[in-house]
Structures are given as structure tokens and as C-alpha cells.
Design a protein around this ligand. Structure first.
Ligand SMILES: Nc1ncnc2c1ncn2[C@@H]1O[C@H](COP(=O)(O)OP(=O)(O)OP(=O)(O)O)[C@@H](O)[C@H]1O
Length: 295
């Protein structure tokens, strides 16, 4: 179990993480989501001990990650760039990982390299971006750790490699029960694999909930008004106009939905339809600034 207890971190005097607390239990796949610059990478780097928090503590199975470096043998961090491994071959990377992760499964690693047609003996420098991402993920899962922190694992990759990586991760999770904390802007991908959503806003924890719980608090509607759109209604708190194309308004609603639905129905709209909520909508509702909404 990972426990993050009131951690704060300043970089260059600026607060980047502010009083963040959450727990992550075994077997969880958590999506770490937030706007650009919200602090996701800094959080992951702090969790693995690359950065020290200025305040607060991170514990793994009850032991402080800072005070007990051996806890890090059970946690792997996959950064968004593997450039520090450029001068090694894939096999040399495996040997390096074995120094930090005594349970590193070299047979599994070699098998997976062959499966994905990745050369064992070529320097990582010569790999394409997709090949590098795959190697980073194979190294992480071969380490046989209990928690893997992934920073933008599929960023900039083509759709086929992205699907391969996701399938491989899901296969590994179902076989090993490892927990994942994945920072990504690929919300559709996160939605397919995660069970927990951790939302970061400006360095603070905005929420942590199950994926279903995060979606259940919202409703999405498409509406075409019969005549002029009622501005006073659309400006009510808890209503967000996420899209407005010609006469079709797409709205996100939170709380008091029945009452708002009733008010909308009273307008006798030409169309009023509920649409299913996606993680994208949760992100939009909670993290889009008020001044970024259409009217
Ligand atoms: N080494 C650094 N020096 C100065 N500022 C930094 C450094 N690392 C992070 N920051 C600042 O901390 C804030 C959070 O950055 P971070 O990379 O953690 O965000 P992020 O949520 O991962 O963003 P993105 O989604 O764009 O990758 C940003 O304002 C960033 O400029």
C-alpha cells in the first residue's frame, strides 16, 4: 500500500505540490490526470524518491520511502523519456535494473523483447520513440515490483504501438496483480484500463475516486432549444456548456440534475438527450477554467 501524507514541494521557490494526501491499495490501476503543469511528473518523481518533499511523508507498506531506500525495490518509475539509457543496449539495461531490483526477471524480459521484435544488442539510442517506450515498460514489468509509476507511457506513439503497450500492460496486471499509477493525457486509454482516478489541480489533490464514482457525479446532455437559448439557465452554477455548434448545445451538469432537467424541459426543446459520460467529460468539468467555456 502506498500512502501519501500531506506532501508539499516547492521548486525554485514556487509551490508545485501542495498538501497532497491519498492512498493507493494493492492491485489498483490509477489514472493520474491534470492540466499541463499541474504537478503530475513532480508528484511521480517525489513518490519514487528522486525529489524529496519539503513537507509530508510517503510510505510504502508503512515504511518511509525517504528513510528506507529498500522500499524502492518494490516501486519502479518509468519516465516519459528513456534518454538516460541511450548508451546501453537492452540487455545492458536489464543488468542495470537487476542491481536495483533483485527480483528482475531476465528470462521474461528477453522473451518479451523477442515478442516485440526489439533487438537485444543495439543501443537504446538507435531505437525509435515507440521502441524506447516499449523497452521502458518491459523493463518496469520485468522488475517484478509491486507498484509501477508511469509518466505519459504512450505519449507521441502511433496507434498500433499504443494498443500493443496497453494490451501488454493489461496482460501483466491480470497475471501479476501489480498496481499502476499512470499519468497521461490519453483519457480514452486511461478509461479502458484504470479503476481509480486521481485528479490534480494546480499542485493540489482535486479528488480521488473510483472511475465509476467520478463519472456518476455528472450528466451530459445534448439540447436544441426551440428558439433563443435561455442564457440565464445556461449560466446557472453546476451547468457547463462544453460545446455549442449551430443550435446544438452540449451541457455537463452536476448536482440538482432533476431540477435542472425540469427547467430545461420547461423550455420545450426540440431535442433533449442524455449522453454517456466519459473520463474526458470529468476532466473537462472539473479542470477547465471558467473562462475557457463556450457560451
Ligand atoms: N526542474 C524544474 N525547474 C523549474 N520548474 C519546474 C521544474 N520541474 C517542474 N517545474 C514546474 O512545476 C510545475 C509542475 O510541473 P510538472 O512537470 O510536474 O507538471 P505536469 O502536470 O507533469 O505537466 P505536463 O502535463 O505538462 O507534463 C510546472 O509549473 C513546472 O514549470
Amino acid at each position: 500500500m502506498l500512502s501519501v501524507n500531506s506532501i508539499s514541494k516547492r521548486i525554485d521557490g514556487e509551490p508545485v505540490l501542495r498538501n497532497i494526501s491519498f492512498d493507493l491499495g494493492p492491485g489498483r490501476i490509477a489514472a493520474l490526470i491534470g492540466r499541463n503543469g499541474a504537478g503530475k511528473t513532480t508528484l511521480l518523481r517525489t513518490l519514487i524518491g528522486i525529489l524529496d518533499p519539503d513537507q509530508g511523508e510517503i510510505t510504502w507498506k508503512g515504511l518511509s520511502v525517504q528513510a528506507f531506500p529498500q522500499t524502492r525495490q518494490e516501486i519502479v518509475y518509468v519516465p516519459d523519456s528513456l534518454s538516460m539509457l541511450n548508451s546501453y543496449t537492452a540487455l545492458e539495461c536489464a543488468k542495470l535494473y537487476r542491481l536495483s531490483y533483485p527480483g528482475f526477471d531476465e528470462v521474461h524480459f528477453s522473451t518479451q523483447l523477442r515478442r516485440f521484435n526489439l533487438p537485444e544488442g543495439k543501443k537504446i539510442r538507435s531505437f525509435s520513440k515507440g521502441m524506447k517506450a516499449l523497452v521502458g515498460i518491459l523493463l518496469a514489468f520485468s522488475a517484478r515490483a509491486n507498484l509501477i509509476l508511469l509518466d505519459e507511457p504512450t505519449n507521441g506513439l502511433d496507434p498500433i504501438i499504443r494498443k500493443q503497450i496497453l494490451s501488454y500492460m493489461m496482460e501483466e496486471v491480470s497475471e501479476s496483480g501489480v498496481s499502476l499509477l499512470i499519468s497521461s493525457h490519453q483519457l480514452h486509454e486511461l478509461e479502458r484500463i484504470s479503476d481509480t482516478v486521481i485528479m490534480i489541480r494546480e499542485g493540489q489533490l482535486a479528488s480521488i475516486s473510483s472511475l465509476d464514482g467520478a463519472k456518476q457525479t455528472l450528466h451530459k446532455l445534448q439540447i436544441v432549444f426551440n428558439g433563443e437559448a435561455p442564457a440565464d439557465l445556461l449560466n446557472l452554477p453546476h451547468i457547463r456548456v462544453v460545446q455549442h455548434i449551430v443550435r446544438v448545445y452540449t451541457l455537463l451538469l452536476q448536482d440538482d440534475t432533476q431540477e435542472i432537467l425540469h427547467l430545461l424541459e420547461e423550455q420545450k426543446p426540440l431535442l433533449l438527450e442524455q449522453i454517456s459520460i466519459e473520463l474526458d467529460d470529468v476532466f473537462d468539468y472539473h479542470l477547465r477554467g471558467d473562462d475557457e467555456y463556450v457560451s
